[in-house]
Ligand binder design. Structure first.
Ligand code: ZN
Ligand code: ZN
Length: 309
């Protein structure tokens, strides 16, 4: 199995006819002039596309997806349920991550629920001296407690945790898992910590530098947006370097951008009908405030392209 990057004709077909989109969206999904979107590099070793066969998802096939969350009437809230402690200095900064999700999924409310602790009935195990929780325990909890949330507002609900998680006994770990039929997900930020592998050796907090903090923030934001993207029906992208590319390891994850390619942006737009200028402006401002410099430059450059209409 070897991945063949799609040619321009294939990409144009995946994007579909954009002539009826608003002018700013037409500009946002064009790669002409700025060359802001890069081709997918050839995968190597255990890169995602080297070991997973991905067919790609065109705009047309996205529209035909049976299981995807679509905001309607009052059902417009993305609930985020933190599980376990986030008080550690190396934990993902919840409030900041949520601000990015609010900007990205404009048209939805994003609500951070009060933290809960792990309960004794959650299935766990010890692996290499580290406690891990099984993902179905989170799904059980989120299903069981649905009545405690506002069911007239709930669009999707996802648990996030700093604990390590696993989907079944034969797996060592998983970064996250989605349950599209139930509109639920669970994601662990544990392995996004740049010092995760050293954490067994009791890393001093002072060793966690500002650079680590920015890597951690960037990984947490991109993981949450990518995984929520799956719940909204976006499959892995094979058209460009994109937030929705699959990733097998941290190096691949760090090489991926915190933005959607034209094909994926159009899919998200068809669901949320946002103003791309407002979304990009909010996102660029957040990137600037919290030190995601490269991302800030990218969003501002795209805004310039969009405004040149
Ligand atoms: Zn994915
Ligand atoms: Zn994409």
């Amino acid at each position: 199995m070897s991945f063949v990057p799609p040619d321009t004709k294939c990409i144009a077909e995946a994007l579909g006819d954009v002539s009826k989109l608003p002018r700013d969206m037409q500009m946002a999904v064009t790669n002409k002039l700025s060359e802001s979107f890069q081709s997918i590099p050839e995968p190597h070793g255990c890169d995602w596309l080297a070991v997973n066969e991905e067919m790609g998802q065109t705009m047309k096939s996205f529209e035909q997806m049976a299981y995807k969350a679509v905001p309607r009437a009052t059902f417009k809230t993305i609930y985020i349920q933190p599980v376990g402690s986030f008080d550690h200095p190396r934990a993902g900064p919840l409030e900041i991550i949520i601000e990015f999700a609010r900007a990205f999924f404009s048209g939805c409310q994003v609500e951070l629920l009060p933290k809960i602790n792990f309960s004794k009935d959650m299935i766990s195990r010890m692996l290499y001296g580290r406690i891990q929780y099984r993902t179905d325990s989170f799904f059980d909890y989120l299903s069981r407690t649905r009545h405690k949330r506002n069911i007239m507002r709930e669009l999707v609900c996802v648990a996030i945790t700093m604990a390590d998680i696993y989907p079944e006994d034969s797996w060592n770990f998983v970064y996250g898992q989605a349950h599209p039929i139930k509109s639920l997900g669970v994601y662990s930020f544990a392995r996004l910590d740049p010092l995760f592998l050293s954490s067994q050796k009791k890393v001093m907090t002072s060793q966690f530098t500002d650079e680590h903090r920015i890597i951690m923030l960037r990984r947490c934001v991109s993981t949450l947006l990518h995984e929520l993207g799956h719940l909204f029906g976006l499959l892995h992208c094979i058209y460009y370097v994109c937030l929705m590319n699959g990733a097998n390891h941290e190096i691949e994850m760090d090489g991926q951008p915190v933005y959607l390619c034209p094909v994926c942006l159009r899919k998200l737009y068809s669901t949320f009908r946002f103003s791309v200028q407002i979304v990009y402006e909010k996102f660029a401002n957040l990137c600037e405030t919290y030190g995601l410099e490269e991302e800030c430059v990218w969003y501002r450059k795209r805004l310039d392209c969009i405004k040149e209409q």
